[in-house]
Design a protein around this ligand. Structure first.
Ligand code: AMP
Length: 552
């Protein structure tokens, strides 16, 4: 880990071509060299739809033309609220390819957040799956920058809607030429935008560039990382609206892998059918999805013989899950750590030569950690005294990252300083590093809860809870949950002389926060531990309740 920064002022420059790394080159390459490789997409209108990279390329060209005809200019933001389908895949390439910015919006956010981020991004168009038409109807009056809404279906399957300036995607691109000269521009041009609501306050926009996206895909696909190639069939279960489905739409095109897109139906039955019918070799998802899938496999007595590897991240992967995948189903789990701000992949636990001489048990323990930094991204761990933590597998400290696919700031918040003086980004995670370079996340300094891969703001919940007239103080912590990884536990100190009951507080919170944010339990306590500066000491609470289990 080299944490020094030393610049040479007058270097001798190399004499190689300065060809920009652009997203359009990925789909062009896929069409040229893997043109017949299949893309399978589960749609709401055409069932399981099949075509090829060659076809996807032509339709991305048609979309690029349609966008330009509409008057979309380089730099304009174009929103999507959509699942993992072939049409969304085309939008990924068409929008970024012309130099405009693909803004993937998470439809699971609550309406206030969606409204905020579309307005903040000043999106001009929105592409939505038909099922989100009612959601958009409820929002559209407060979204003044949106000029039209394109529904990702054909004319025949258009939903009845009160939306104005609404088109079916198929009609919108119909008749457009299927060839297009993709423009060349600076590789640092913004390509896509993804808001993260991980921390408190308003969601923040991470603005990826063409360069960061292509380098990240190259880094992730390499042998020492995900080791993906043309013989793979990739199933991105991680949604395309969450950090670009962990780059799978880009990696699959780059390596010519078959791409299986599960649409919005992510239940275990559908996923199992897809894995077996399409002979999926590689998948990616958060642990919650696999918990449900493993239960389903057990119940159904089914197997998944084609699946060789799956990458799991977003929350810590329990070692029991890794063991079960290996022993019962012959699937290798690649545990990864990442975040929206780093495109999102940071570390990945794939084996190295150095650990190969250890016992099976020792190797399994190391591979259950969040893993080694991918080539291209540096990590450093700083202990509580400000020193670089030794690689002893024990000393934990703040985790910082630096690299060409890590954010340097947030969109339209450029005045906020995000990085330290040497350009390192503070992740808000706490980790240690062992002698083999494998990182283990041990805690989080950011005050949030991650449930089923989605964020819940503990501070927003606490603020809502102290609004109850009989609540004096409130603290929310994430507690391990067998299905959702973490769920909120609310601790409440009543106002002096008052009595308050958990169900009353829960009833009070209803309607004030998203339904799925409601704490799973409320504990009434006499006091909360405080830090020296008078803040609630969450680390002490997390320790105190680490074995707490929610009533089933
Ligand atoms: P997001 O930006 O929504 O992808 O969330 C990123 C955050 O999720 C990280 O900063 C971590 O707190 C958490 N996270 C991601 N992957 C893991 C993992 N493998 N183990 C533990 N926490 C993780």
């Amino acid at each position: 880990m080299n944490t020094n920064t030393r610049l040479i002022e007058t270097p001798l420059m190399g004499l190689m071509q300065d060809v920009p790394l652009l997203i359009s080159s990925l789909i062009r390459y896929a069409a040229d060299y893997h043109g017949t490789r299949e893309i399978v997409s589960v749609t709401s209108d055409a069932g399981t739809f099949r075509y090829s990279y060659g076809d996807a390329y032509k339709r991305s060209c048609a979309l690029a033309r349609a966008l330009e005809d509409f008057g979309i200019l380089p730099g304009d933001r174009i929103a999507t609220l959509a699942g993992n389908t072939h049409r969304h895949f085309e939008v990924f390439y068409g929008v970024s390819g012309i130099g405009s910015v693909l803004h993937t919006v998470n439809p699971r956010l609550f309406e206030e957040q969606i409204r905020y981020i579309i307005n903040h991004a000043q999106d001009r168009l929105v592409f939505i799956d038909p099922e989100y038409a009612p959601l958009m109807e409820g929002l559209i009056d407060d979204l003044p920058t949106l000029e039209a809404c394109i529904i990702l279906t054909d004319q025949e399957h258009m939903p009845a809607t009160t939306l104005k300036n609404v088109f079916s995607y198929e009609a919108w691109i119909e008749g457009q030429p299927s060839h297009y000269d993709w423009p060349e521009f600076d590789e640092r041009t913004a390509s896509s935008l993804c808001y993260t609501s991980g921390t408190t306050g308003d969601p923040k926009g991470v603005l990826y560039s063409h360069r960061s996206t292509v380098l990240h895909a190259l880094g992730a696909a390499q042998m020492g990382a995900m080791a993906l190639g043309p013989n793979d069939c990739i199933l991105p279960i991680a949604p395309m609206y969450h950090a670009n489905a962990w780059a799978m739409p880009y990696i699959a095109a780059m390596v010519g892998a078959k791409l299986t897109l599960p649409g919005t139906k992510m239940d275990p039955e559908n996923l199992l059918t897809l894995i077996n019918d399409e002979e999926v070799t590689f998948a990616c998802a958060v642990p919650t999805v696999w918990t449900m899938m493993l239960e389903h496999l057990d119940r159904a007595g089914a197997t998944i013989p084609s699946l060789k590897r799956t990458t799991i991240g977003g929350s810590a992967v329990p070692i029991a899950m890794i063991d079960r995948f290996r022993e019962q189903y012959g699937v290798e789990v690649l545990h990864l750590w990442g975040m929206t701000e780093i495109s999102p992949l940071g570390t990945l636990a794939s084996p190295t030569k150095a650990i190969s001489s250890l016992s099976q048990q020792e190797q399994a323990l190391i591979l259950s950690k969040q893993g080694r930094a991918m080539f291209g991204l540096d990590i450093k761990i700083v202990d509580k005294n400000g020193a670089i933590a030794p690689r002893d597998g024990e000393t934990s400290g703040a985790l910082w990252v630096k690299g060409p696919w890590a954010a340097s700031g947030y969109y339209r918040r450029e005045d906020e300083i995000l990085l330290d003086d040497d350009g390192w980004f503070p992740t808000g995670d706490v980790a240690n590093l062992d002698e083999f370079g494998f990182m283990k996340i041990t805690d989080r300094t950011k005050d949030v809860i991650k449930s089923g891969g989605e964020w819940i703001s503990s501070i927003d919940l606490e603020n809502a809870a102290v609004g109850h007239p009989k609540v004096s103080q409130a603290a929310v912590i994430g507690v391990h949950h067998p299905k959702w990884e973490e769920r909120p536990l609310l601790l409440v100190v009543p106002v002096d002389g008052e009595t308050v009951r958990g169900p009353d507080v829960l009833g009070f919170l209803e309607g004030k926060v998203a339904k799925w944010w409601l704490p799973d339990d409320v504990k009434i306590v006499d006091e909360l531990p405080l830090t020296a500066t008078g803040k609630i000491k969450k680390s002490a609470l997390r320790e105190q309740y680490k074995d707490f289990s929610f009533e089933a």
